[in-house]
Design a protein around this ligand. Structure first.
Ligand SMILES: Cc1cc2nc3c(=O)[nH]c(=O)nc-3n(C[C@H](O)[C@H](O)[C@H](O)COP(=O)(O)OP(=O)(O)OC[C@H]3O[C@@H](n4cnc5c(N)ncnc54)[C@H](O)[C@@H]3O)c2cc1C
Length: 538
């Protein structure tokens, strides 16, 4: 079914799109259509928590590559992005981290309504915490299951003990408003299985008569009548071009790469840039695709003298444990514990995240580990480097140009070096020493700062958290206003990770779900309000 009279047409069934489809179709009077370019999320590896790297470079992955990064030895980095129901939440590492209070209070300086105290109810509305909930940090009645790992590696307990040995702060719950400290990672799992945004928000409401979900539906451009978005043109699974109309709003939830691409394909973006790509400009909005930010990751990788790491997760014993009891190594999210630390005590919020992985994570996750080993990954949380997404051509089938501009700010490299030094100290504690063997390539062991910088340039990879390319704000370069409406147009919003003005001090799935929960209220409320004039450009 294509045409139909929908009030809302949502593009992209990822972390944000699934939330919106659920919340907006809760009103039986609203017809909602959800378009997803990928196929349904049926593959077994989506359910198996530890198997997400097996989905890399399959039909469930957009399988993007960045441009050559001059500051990273001219390497083109691999960027996986989920292409199925659940989007990236169907292939991600399942960590549920909200970030730090300061992230949202920072947003609120230019975006009213997005302070920590204002967004907290939306996190909690999403959450269904299973198990401990010290201080009532989490919501307990939402759709998204948040669990502890069922069978963490013994090395993870050693990592947590190492953090204590270095005097770091043990968090009662990882998602306290100030996340400075260490903790096991809470995960989006339900009884040992991945619980994606599709599982949480879409599957339970698929039978609603007013919700239409179209898979294999690749949106090509937004249909515009003057300054109003009226629908979407897409290619269906058979390769036929179809049109779908929205009487209320078109909502882009196609993610940080594809939402700006779709705006630009529709003539919305910097006019000169659009012309260069062969697209006739319709609405000059210079910030579309700009402000790209990501967490870059590198780490300490070592051999483990004990054969107990997740390298054995594929063994028949583990498979049987998983199939019979939903237990064992296959229930691991791979990133099993984290520490958020301040590399400088003068800071008021963490600038470095250390992520404990009881496996050697090498070759961007595409190379099989060479033997038992461990990774203590380091992410610099508040990078100053900025990149952009641009059109390669006017052809919607052609991937856009992704230039994250990694390490274009020197301070980011210094932050990573500082983080690796903390990781090395942790690996040298009494708690971890029994598990830490010789360095594993490409990590060379402790070297001086200059050599470490070279190594970072040669092997750092994405931590999979790109955000910011349809930035919310009020200045001329902002793409959406604080109600997530595309500035200067009617009936068009962007709701996904791309609207974040600044990357958070944590992973990006939970903040994206929160953004969509908040957006659902904004959209429902605006149904009853007069629309702003073309000057929703502040
Ligand atoms: C390998 C990996 C590991 C990660 N690990 C973690 C983690 O442990 N914790 C965490 O918090 N975050 C993690 N993330 C990041 C997190 O999953 C994302 O930030 C989040 O899912 C982004 O949500 P989104 O709604 O913006 O986009 P997505 O979830 O990517 O959804 C976008 C959807 O739009 C669809 N789409 C795109 N273009 C079109 C089009 N033209 N027409 C129709 N449909 C379209 C896509 O197929 C996709 O389904 C990880 C990401 C990856 C890739």
């Amino acid at each position: 079914m294509a045409a139909g009279n929908y009030r809302y047409v949502i593009v992209g069934a990822g972390s944000a799109g699934c939330v919106l489809a659920n919340r907006l179709s809760a009103d039986p009077a609203c017809q909602v259509a959800l378009l997803e370019a990928g196929e349904p999320d049926r593959r077994r590896e989506i359910r198996i928590p530890a198997a997400f790297v097996k989905l890399f470079q399959t039909e469930y992955d957009w399988n993007y590559r960045t441009t050559k990064q001059p500051q990273l030895s001219d390497r083109e980095l691999y960027w996986p992005r989920g292409k199925t129901l659940g989007g990236s939440s169907s292939i991600n590492g399942q960590a549920w981290t909200r970030g730090h209070r300061a992230d949202y209070d920072g947003w609120a300086q230019t975006c009213p309504g997005w302070s920590y105290d204002e967004v907290l109810p939306y996190f909690q509305r999403a959450e269904r915490r299973v198990g401990s909930n010290a201080g009532g940090v989490y919501g307990t009645a939402g759709p998204q299951f948040i669990s502890e790992l069922r069978d963490p590696s013994p090395t993870t307990a050693a990592f947590l003990a190492a953090c204590a040995e270095l005097g770091l702060r043990r968090l009662g719950e990882l998602n306290e408003p100030d996340n400075t400290g260490y903790s096991p990672t809470p995960v989006t799992q339900r009884r040992g299985l991945r619980h994606s945004a599709s599982d949480a928000y879409l599957r339970p409401v698929r039978r609603r008569p007013n919700l239409t979900v179209l898979t294999g539906a690749h949106a090509q451009r937004i249909l515009l009548d003057g300054t109003r978005a009226t629908g979407v043109e897409y290619r269906d699974a058979a390769g036929v071009t179809q049109r779908i109309t929205a009487s209320g709003e078109v909502i882009l939830s196609a993610g940080t790469v594809n939402s700006p691409q779709l705006l630009m394909l529709s003539g919305i973006g910097g006019a000169d840039q659009l012309r260069t790509a062969g697209v006739e400009p319709h609405h000059d909005l210079v910030g579309v695709g700009a402000n790209l930010q990501d967490h870059l990751a590198c780490g300490v990788i070592v051999h483990c003298p004990k054969p107990i790491t997740l390298v054995a997760a594929d063994s028949p014993v583990q498979l049987v444990r998983f199939l019979l009891a939903r237990r064992g190594m296959l229930t691991s999210s791979v990133n099993e514990a984290v520490a958020f630390v301040r590399s400088d005590p003068a800071l008021t919020a963490p600038d470095v995240e250390l992520v404990w992985l009881p496996v050697p994570f090498v070759g961007e996750g595409l190379t099989p580990p060479p033997g038992h080993g461990l990774t203590l990954a380091v992410e610099f949380l508040q990078p100053e480097s900025r990149g952009d997404i641009r059109l390669a051509s006017a052809d919607p089938a052609e991937p856009p140009v992704i230039d994250p501009g990694y390490l274009t700010a020197d301070s980011d490299l210094r932050g990573l070096v500082a983080g690796v030094r903390i990781a090395e100290r942790l690996c040298d504690t009494a708690a971890l020493r029994p598990y830490v063997g010789a360095p594993m390539a490409p990590y060379p062991g402790t070297v001086d700062d200059a050599k470490l910088e070279t190594l970072i340039r040669e092997y750092a990879q994405t931590a999979y958290h790109p955000v910011g390319t349809c930035r919310m704000g009020t200045d001329d370069a902002a793409v959406v206003d604080s109600q997530l409406r595309v500035r200067g147009l009617h009936g068009l919003r962007v709701v996904d990770a791309s609207v974040m003005p600044r990357i958070v001090r944590g992973h990006t799935h939970a903040p994206t779900v929160m953004i969509a929960e908040h957006a659902a209220d904004l959209i429902r409320a605006s149904k009853h309000q007069p629309e702003p004039g073309p000057a929703n450009i502040a």
